[in-house]
Write a protein that binds this ligand. Structure first.
Ligand code: AHG
Ligand code: MN
Ligand code: MN
Length: 354
């Protein structure tokens, strides 16, 4: 049979269309082992949750009862939106049918949610922020979901999930979904960071970018400057520094996922430092900071509390908060240097006085 000349572009785009999320996970692990199959299935379920949430968000303004507050306050002391609860319940429903997950822990639930029928075999725990950036929901701006998967350790017979109180290196997988102009899913299972875009016509997440690496330095600093007088002097020092030097620009969307996504793509630093009222800041370790720190480390960047590698922090409770400084290595190190400088100065004052 004569060779038929094929248009290369079409061939490449077809290959791309075939790289779905579950296939990608198996390719990354280069294995069809039981754990590889589990991780692939887990990512597939997360993708399903993302599609369900994305579908509702795209029509929320046209639906009765999709937007607005529920009237309840969550364990964080924050007002709960209807979409927070919808998204929280979507993850539960999706994982009820997975068999793989015995427990789910989220921002919207004081204690972990157990799926007893899965517990004999469900060796994984899903920890998640169902909707990140809730203040953006009702104004149709970008929001996200953040997830982290850990292997369950022990039988957790008394149901207090103490094995979750470990550092961020214990994460098997982490990622986020960004509900923006398109819906994207970014994940890592410890083999680089990869992004997928939801193709609504196929109903599939299709590979967009593989092995994303953050630049060593970037122009963006992302922080709520409304808290300026609430911060420690060292953070004000850093902000004064970027104000006085050329080449910096501020971007802050009010949704960590969106701000993180920009910085991952373009470089720079996101900060949510402690404030006078909240010395540990606002962001929760297990389902906000640690998953993003896992991704950032995989992308060649850095995450810090200011004084410690974020991935080394061991929480003392499910909803523990930590300050977060995350992004390009050089920029995170610069913020840390201002913190160290102030710490040294106050140490010297203490020494002189004593
Ligand atoms: P959530 O909507 O899950 O409670 O998280 C909101 C977080 C995060 O997305 C964002 O970076 C930060 O809160 C914004 O807080 P401020 O309004 O204090 O800047
Ligand atoms: Mn959040
Ligand atoms: Mn949330």
């Amino acid at each position: 049979m004569a060779d038929v000349e094929r248009p290369l572009v079409e061939e490449h785009s077809l290959d791309r269309d075939c790289t779905t999320l579950s296939r990608h996970v198996l390719q990354q692990l280069q294995s069809f082992s039981a754990e590889a199959q589990d991780l692939s299935a887990l990512m597939n379920r997360i993708a399903l949750a993302a599609k369900l949430i994305s579908r509702r968000l795209s029509r929320a303004g046209l639906m009765e009862g999709a937007l607005g507050f529920t009237g309840n306050i969550n364990v964080q002391g924050e007002s709960v939106k209807k979409m927070d609860i919808y998204a929280n319940d979507v993850f539960i429903s999706v994982f009820k049918q997975s068999g793989l997950v015995c427990r789910l822990a989220s921002e919207e639930m004081e204690k972990p949610y157990y799926i007893p029928e899965n517990c004999p075999i469900g060796r994984y725990t899903l920890i998640y922020d169902p909707i990140d950036g809730s203040s953006n929901i009702d104004i149709n701006l970008n929001i996200g979901s953040i997830f982290s998967i850990r292997r369950q350790e022990g039988d957790d017979i008394d149901g207090n999930a103490l094995d979750l109180l470990q550092d961020g290196h214990k994460q098997l997988a982490a990622g986020y979904v960004l509900y923006g102009p398109s819906t994207m899913l970014v994940y890592s299972i410890g083999t680089g960071v990869h992004s997928f875009t939801l193709d609504p016509s196929l109903g599939e997440f299709i590979l967009s970018n593989e092995n994303i690496q953050i630049p060593e330095h970037g122009p963006v600093y992302s922080v709520n400057e409304g808290n300026f007088w609430q911060w420690d002097e060292s953070i004000r020092d850093y902000i004064r520094y970027v104000h006085r030097h050329e080449g910096y620009t501020a971007r802050y969307s009010g949704a960590l996922v969106g701000d993180f996504h920009r910085i991952l793509s373009q470089g720079g630093v996101f900060l949510y430092p402690g404030t006078l009222k909240k010395p540990e800041g606002k962001l929760r370790l297990l389902y906000e900071s640690a998953p993003l720190a896992f991704l950032m480390a995989q992308a060649g960047g850095k995450a810090s509390t200011g004084t410690q590698n974020l991935l080394d922090v061991v929480p003392d409770a499910l909803h523990t908060r930590t300050p977060l400084i995350i992004g390009s290595k050089e920029d995170v190190s610069l913020v840390e240097s201002f913190i160290q400088e102030r710490a040294r100065e106050s140490q010297e004052v203490v020494t002189v006085r004593s």
